[in-house]
Design a protein around this ligand. Structure first.
Ligand code: ADP
Ligand code: TZD
Ligand code: MG
Length: 588
């Protein structure tokens, strides 16, 4: 019996199985760790405190990597993106009520984005919480988590930990992936039970995300529609990136000869420079395509719900959709050929139908796309070469585009408004799952959590391109980046504010506009405070040199990139979603 287990005997909860002090014992802490490890979970993203401090200490002692953050939202975001990158649930561990709530935004965001994640939170005494008698950090966490995730479970007995962890893993990764909440009351951790019984209670999940084969008739229908197209288009979404069916997707694209668009986090599934990429002719192909094959992409706001002006004439499109979630079909517009199943299986089945009878798309269509692409790329090129001070977005992004081209295996994290929208368009990606960003909600604050987890999970260098506002949501984690000595280079696009740094208080009062920050802030000094490298860059050349050096050295680095405060536009790319007052005209 270990010393820890021996002392736990004294803490034995009344509802735990009876134990004899001479038995080999285990406890709730140990069983949670054993259950996670048995299922291949190697990393925990957490903020410690009552009642989970010993869980984290013991996990580290048992060889798990425990990454301790400064705020739970960042730990949660790290877990979520670990799930996206690995197809295994990322695990975040938080303390009760406030810690739990801080982590909950990330859990909800993971669910919205279809990333598998488990939020494990300690909770307070059930008896006191349920009678609302004012326990330390009292909250009915299970009820609050439930509507924001795929599944939520609470464990009251140590002997149920194994099955609960198994259920959580299966719920997170099977079908459409998403967030799962696991509520572990403080008392559970110190419950003791016979070690052999404990070991027997653990469950190794077999085939946690089973293949879901599409019906042959659905494949035949989809092929029929595709064959009847004169202006076909494939749209790849982040579900396709998540599925890790990279070879099958590439084969389908190349064998069929179809032009393709990649949604933000799908960029790099095929290189953006691929001859069939229609990325630089996006508006044209959305408007003019007659058949659109969606692979792991939803027709949500990011695709204008599949209708409206950007989609051309009403009724001019037929949609084929591959998705693991049957309810996704017809969510916004009619799907004439729904293909329900996992992307690997569905794409393979379609590929088998691209045989001798297959005809490449008409040259008139592919030729028109290439012409538009070439024209747009030529128009953009000089903007990306500008070497002025202060920089504008294009000049700075032109420099970073070169950095990424030279290091195609680096991971790019990106958030902000102009900083996000322009980087997405300008920076070509070359490999799958290398671009991580604000996703389905357009949420600010994912930056440092994603950057830390990307480095921890892949060991690759990470480049985080951050609006100065966006960075502020998770900026304290630069200490975490330094503490774990991670190969993360953060570039702050510092334009003194949200969208722009030029707004003024219309009353002439001393308070600044709500849209601006302290002008000329030196974010690079924050990094120096924690022993990292801080650099101020005022020209694209300086920026290129500083980022290249950081990426090569792997040293935690923050570069304050001075951007013209007047260069950005209101709400970046999505100004049309921003209501403005017709009563009072505000400058923007
Ligand atoms: P994007 O924002 O890139 O357009 P979305 O997040 O809207 O992508 O869509 C991703 C879709 O992929 C979701 O509808 C999800 O159900 C689906 N999906 C995720 N994983 C798989 C998989 N392995 N097989 C099939 N569909 C998947
Ligand atoms: N809060 C959260 C959690 N998510 C959000 N998306 C917002 C607030 C609103 N918001 C945006 O949509 S973008 C943005 C905010 C605050 C910041 C834009 O400023 P930035 O980028 O400095 O990051 P640019 O380059 O100045 O445009
Ligand atoms: Mg800004």
């Amino acid at each position: 019996m270990s010393n820890a287990a021996a002392t736990m005997v004294k803490n034995q909860a009344t509802d735990a199985p009876a134990v004899d002090a001479r038995q080999e014992l285990t406890d709730g802490f140990q069983l949670v760790i054993d259950a996670l490890k048995l299922n291949g979970i190697e990393n925990l993203y957490a903020v410690p405190g009552i009642p989970i401090s010993d869980l984290l200490r013991m996990a580290q002692a048992e060889g798990m990597r425990v990454v301790s953050f400064r705020h739970e939202q960042n730990a949660g975001n790290a877990a979520a993106i670990a799930g996206f990158l690995t197809k295994k649930p990322g695990v975040c561990v938080t303390v009760s009520a406030p810690g739990f709530l801080n982590g909950l935004t990330a859990l909800a965001n993971a669910t919205t984005n279809c990333f598998p994640m488990i939020l494990i939170s300690g909770s307070s005494e059930r008896e006191i919480v349920d009678l609302q008698q004012g326990d330390y950090e009292e909250m009915d966490q299970l009820a609050i988590a439930k509507p924001l995730c795929k599944a939520a479970f609470r464990v009251l007995h140590a002997q149920d930990i194994g099955i609960a962890v198994a259920r959580a893993i299966r719920a997170a990764v099977s079908g459409r992936p998403g967030g799962v909440y696991l509520d572990l009351p403080a008392k559970l951790f110190s419950q003791v039970m016979d070690a052999a019984e404990g070991a027997k209670s653990l469950v190794k999940v077999i085939d946690p995300a089973p293949a879901q084969l599409p019906a042959p008739s659905a494949i035949a229908r989809a092929l029929d529609v595709l064959k009847g197209a004169s202006r076909p288009l494939i749209i790849l979404g982040k579900g396709a990136a998540y599925a890790q069916a990279d070879d099958e997707i590439r084969a389908l694209v190349e064998k069929s000869g179809l032009p393709f668009l990649q949604m933000s986090m799908a960029k790099g599934l095929l290189p953006d420079t691929h001859p069939q990429s229609a990325g630089a002719a996006r508006s044209m192909v959305l408007k003019e395509a007659d058949v659109v094959l969606l692979i792991g992409a939803r027709l949500n706001w990011l695709l204008s719900h599949g209708k409206g002006k950007s989609w051309g004439e009403p009724g001019s499109k037929k949609f084929i959709q591959i998705d693991i979630e049957p309810k996704e079909m017809d969510s916004n517009v009619e799907i004439v050929a729904p293909v329900v199943g996992d992307i690997g299986s569905c794409v393979s089945a379609l590929l088998a139908g691209i045989d001798g009878s297959w005809q490449a798309p008409p040259a008139e269509w592919t030729g028109a796309i290439t012409a538009r692409k070439d024209a747009n790329i030529a128009k953009m090129a000089p903007k990306l070469m500008k070497n002025t001070a202060p920089m504008d977005f294009h000049g700075a992004l032109g420099a970073l585009r070169r950095v990424v081209k030279e290091r195609p295996d680096a991971i790019l994290v990106n958030e902000g408004a102009n900083t996000l929208d322009l980087a997405r368009g300008i920076i070509d990606m070359y490999q799958p799952r290398k671009r991580l960003d604000v996703g389905t909600w357009g949420v600010m604050g994912i930056g440092m959590g994603y950057a830390v987890a990307a480095a921890v999970e892949t060991g690759k260098p990470v480049l985080a391109i951050e609006g100065d506002s966006a960075f502020g949501f998770s900026g304290m984690e630069v200490e975490t980046v330094c503490r774990y000595n991670l190969p993360v280079c953060i570039v702050i696009f510092n334009n003194n504010g949200i969208y722009r740094g030029t707004d003024v208080n219309p009353t002439g009062g001393t308070d600044p506009s709500p849209m601006v920050f302290v002008p000329g802030s030196r974010y690079d000094k924050m990094m120096e405070a924690f022993g990292g490298v801080g650099v101020q860059a005022t020209t694209p050349d300086e920026l290129y040199r500083a980022v290249s050096e950081a990426m090569d050295s792997g040293k935690p680095t923050l570069i304050n990139a001075v951007i013209d405060p007047a260069a950005g536009t209101e709400s970046g790319n999505i100004g049309s979603l921003n209501p403005t007052s017709s009563v009072r005209k505000m400058p923007s």
